[in-house]
Structures are given as structure tokens and as C-alpha cells.
Design a binder for this molecule. Sequence first.
Ligand code: UDP
Length: 242
Amino acid sequence: MIEYYNNLYCGSKDEFFEFIGERAVKGEKTFVVTANPETFMHGSRNEGFDRLLRDEGTVITPDGIGIVKAAKWAGKTTAGRVTGVETVEELLRVGSEHGLSAYFYGSKPEVLEKLKAQIDEKYSGLNIIGLRDGYNNKDDEVFADMKAKKPDLVFVALGIPRQEILIYKNLADFDKGIFLGIGGSLDVLSGTKKRAPGLFIKLNCEWLYRIMCEPKRIGRFYNNNVKFFNRIKKEAKKNEKN
Ligand code: UDP
């Protein structure tokens, strides 16, 4: 699992935005995985997910503070978090500025409706060429449509690990595009779900806010985070010995 850090983007948020914005405009195909400890734990449990995290072409960004904190065990220093929500916002901005095309797949129909209204208002230069909710559509049909339309930006909001596995499975059939699995980001961006208040974000406690709003997440959070730190430390020690 510690090897996933080889693909981690360690620069600052602004540097990453410049990097990804440039790739989007140049049409350089890129798969971005926005990671928190749960993401890495999926890799340790699921062979397909493990492969996509290890693939040299995958760019992993530190969405969760846990990934940043544990980086030292992997001998890495990161400039801090690069969140998925902010990455989506930045890509919408760049897309609007350069008249890029965007395809959205996933989340509830009403969320996409609100999102579209927001894009029309705030990012009107963006060309929406696909807007498919994640409840009334079939993966294969959506990806066939996507392949025919060749979007510059692809946002898949189906939750982890499904969204990443789906992107990775289809990636070779695209010549260009920035591909991003974005979980519940559209729920936040559309205003359907609130992002944590500023203080929580500043103190890197967004995870705590999410648990407070959705207490059923606590088991999932505890399981993934405690296991993640134990495992990273163990792997680091093992590497030290060898
Ligand atoms: N979702 C979907 N279809 C499904 C299941 C989930 O479109 O069959 C969407 C859901 O509406 C939400 C996102 O996938 O917008 C998952 O959000 P969550 O916050 O659970 O993301 P995660 O924590 O998995 O990144």
C-alpha cells in the first residue's frame, strides 16, 4: 500500500491546479484519484483497485488529511491537501475559460439539475455534453456515449470504488480527457449537501464534520483510518529492515 505514494502529487494545491488545467487545455489524458485513507484501503482489499492506484499513469491527490499525515512514513513531504471539491471547481473554471466540453455521470437527478443551473450562471463557457444521473442509467451505455462524444473533462460521481474502477476500465478507449472520480462532490457543489464550515476545513477536520452530519459513517471511518495508519507504519518498518 505504501507504494501508492509513488503516484501522489506532492506539490501545492495551486501547482496542481496549474498542472491539471494545462493538461486539460492541451488534451493530455489524465486519470486523477482524489485519495483519503479509505481510498488506499480499497487498494489493499481489491485487486482491480490496487492496480489502478499503482499504475504509473495515475495521479493521486491528497484529498484527506490522513494521506498528508502518513506521507512521512512513505518518505514523502506533501505541500498539503488538494481536495476533490476544489479540484472540480477549478476544472469547471478552466473549462469555462477555454470553452472545454464536460461530461457528468452520477449523483441524483435533482443534484444534476441544480448543478446545471449553477454552471450556466457561473461557468457559462463550459460546454456540457453529458449529464447522466447515477440511478437511471447503465454504465456501459453512458461510457459508449462518452466515447463517441470525446469530452475534455469527465466527472464520475458514483462513490468509491465503483467510479474509479469504471474509469480505469474504459480509459484506454479515450485519446484525451481529464478523468476524475468525485464521490459526493456534486452534492456539495450543487448546494444539496453542505461542505463543512470554514473552521473545520481550516483545522483539517472536515472528516469530523461529515461524521457529525452522518453518524452512520463512523464505523466506516474508524475501520479505514485506524487500519490505514497501522498498515502504513508496518510497511514502512518492514521497508526499513530490508
Ligand atoms: N450515487 C449514484 N448512484 C448510486 C449510488 C451513489 O449516483 O447508485 C452517488 C450519490 O448520489 C453520491 C455519490 O454517488 O452523489 C457518492 O457520494 P459519497 O459521499 O458516498 O461518496 P464517497 O464517500 O463514496 O466518495
